[in-house]
Design a protein around this ligand. Sequence first.
Ligand SMILES: [Cu+2]
Length: 132
Amino acid sequence: MKTILILIMLITGALTCIAAEIPVIVPIENDGIQRIEITGSEYSFKPAHIVVKVNVPVEIKVHKTSFIVPHDFVINAPEAGISINESLSRDPKSFFFIPLKTGKYSIYCSKKLPFMHSHREKGMEAVLEVVE
Ligand SMILES: [Cu+2]
């Protein structure tokens, strides 16, 4: 009985992990812009994996859920024409860019308290995937 319970817990846990990592294909709207909203909380970005088309403009609207904990939004991919480093607020902020190179790039929060793990290390990281 115990074994079955542990098995069920393992399977449920694995499914939750898989669900969290399902890539979201960002739709291209009528005006030709790929738009997506991302939520930053303790300690994750949701969705955690977004897929956009290369050479098509992108607008990412981001807000954080916390009142006090500071978060920011960083994409450091100058090779793909993307350099964003902005603090987040509860009001959404929009970031515009045109991804110029295919590949997988990291989205993360760079906040860190002294002697503590960074928010990125705690899981506040997502993937921006640029495809043909
Ligand atoms: Cu953070």
